[in-house]
Design a protein around this ligand. Sequence first.
Ligand code: CP
Length: 329
Amino acid sequence: MEKPFRRRDLLGIRDLTADQIVGILDTAENFSEISTREVKKVPALRGKTVINLFFEASTRTRTSFELAAKRLSADAVNISVSSSSVSKGETLIDTAMNLDAMAPDCIVVRHASAGVPHQLAKVSRAAIVNAGDGANEHPTQALLDAMTIREHKKQIDGLEVAIIGDILHSRVARSNIHLLTKLGAKIRVAGPGTLVPNDFQYLIESGVTSENTQSAISNPQLEVCPSVEDAIAGADVVMILRIQRERQDSAYFPTLREYSVHYGLTNDRLDMAKKDAIVLHPGPMNRGIEIASEVADSSRSLILDQVKYGVAVRMAVLYLATGGSPTNG
Ligand code: CP
């Protein structure tokens, strides 16, 4: 289908170059000041329409996309699966084409199946932004994580990042592995053997076969560690993942209590990281399972900063997706 107006999809981090990622982060940095104003609104997207099409639950992503659109003066419409005609049997593609007929400039989509945003991008004239597709990618989460790291560590190149937990089912881990390795960080992953792929072959099996990913798989920047302690030792950033019970089709570990004992982030484990290490968690977090409250509520935890930067990142993504040009930081 002809695409008659300028648009840029954001389907995943794997499609982006390091320069493009930095361009989004710089643009987000410039937009972040708007949320500190008394009147949190600029006219950058006046006259544009953004549809949030969420087929999975969300607190942070959906709210921040809506706020981002409104702070840029776009009209924002939210559609959830229970209020859409998908619940009456309409196909996803028909839903997308009907929404597209109303001439939105951007459709933000979250779906439990990997590849849905890519399918919509083929039929839609509006820019498609991936807000999380199954276990594939969650690009704006990785961007807001990178913005949080950059704000606190000044640069990403050369940092050691531990990613702990359910790597196998995590679109957050996947997008972060793409992004952080492209920007020069070293990543160590750890968790239950059943939830940490040894060779990252899963990135290929899931259809992610770009040259960039191939290089990430054989990349010395990415290491699978035998224990959580090995991954955390000396890390600058400790990223904890939620147990994705909604995507687990069998018992990957005996009990939540055992998971917490062997893999949960406690102060004792965090003390093995660098003294100034920061802790990230994409949310929603399961206190007392993958992260102890003593860590989640400590000064080393930047979990609410991640949420704050999420608005700025999504402002930048909507602005760029609908034709804006990146700004320098
Ligand atoms: N991190 C994240 O995607 O949170 P939500 O599921 O609340 O959007």
